[in-house]
Design a protein around this ligand. Sequence first.
Ligand code: SAH
Length: 387
Amino acid sequence: MAVVSVPLTLPPTGLAPAVASPACLNLLDLDLKGCEQLVMELGHKPFHGRNLFKWVHKHGVTDFGAMTDLSLKLRYQLQAVAEIRPLHLVEDWPSADGTRKWVLELADGQRVETVYIPVLIPQERRHTLCVSSQVGCALDCAFCATARQGFNRNLTPGEIVGQVWHASRWLGEAPSNIVMMGMGEPLANFDNLVKALAIMQDDLAYMVAKQRLTVSTSGIVPNIYRLAEVSDVSLAVSLHAPNDPLRDELVPINRKYPLEVLIPACRAYIGDNLRRRVTWEYVMLDGVNDSPTHAKQLIRLLEGTRSKVNLIPFNPFPGSDFRTSSLERIEAFRDRLIRSGIFTTTRKTRGDEIAAACGQLVGRVRDRARRAPIATLWPPPAVDLAQ
Ligand code: SAH
């Protein structure tokens, strides 16, 4: 829809237009209820909040002047107290296979990465957006580049949704699939995540179906139960090992929430609904977790849980000691699982030449807890947006 912008120059309410500042209320942070509440507080009927919410997310406007179905009075009032503050695109990395990595800057100068992955099927306009939930990550998984960056802070709901907002403007439509598989541990940023998921699912915003919206977790068990209470999105779990001693090493949160509590939590999440299943992510590490014995253990572990296993070839990054399993080993592992009746896919590595593949996202974390240096000449230079 074409949006005609009306410049607001003479405030009829007598209110001076607000000067945008990071302290100003960012409408990207508000869900539908929040928008309704805001307009009510300004003395208007709640349905104007619906329109406001639509303008922000569906139409992606940043200028109150363009919100032509809101009264001028309301628009001036809004301008005095709020703004629509998108994330600032600082790097745009196109990749040969159509994958694109965006480095987005937050108001405080932190940076996060978002990856757009088109589905490579002709005539199908489908795409997946891989969204970050935190600046860095506190979990320290042994094979993940984000972990090396340390952790700085949680993203606000508006900063999580801001990534979808940006992608939707770039695409001209909302992404068809969203996976919370970028930087950070989504379930460690629970409240902001839940609010952002609701906005992504809202019909007046991005309308992403629950089957096409996936939260990936390394296994924060209490929050898997909490998520089940408030949301119906799809669940993916970064398993990576079929027994506790190995998982303790690879995914250290396992020491706190071992498999005997993780697996029942995931089963409870999908409940009795036969159409739901848990996706298990399993990174293939040469000589570490990819033997026939590991496959057998995994089959036993998943018995009785409706599952899909997604094998991820390890994506290397500087300073990592792991190597990816050979194609033959991955295929043998996959075939064993399939023979036992487990639906198994191998994730195709996308965007690795722009360091956009799983586990390669590093953003720029003003580190509070940096663990190891990432080589300064990696990744290669991006497209400079200033030129
Ligand atoms: N913290 C959440 C969300 C991150 S999702 C989670 O752990 O699920 C990113 C996925 O990529 C996870 O499954 C993660 O384990 C996997 N991953 C991390 N580093 C990787 C690497 N170097 N190669 C392949 N996959 C990796």
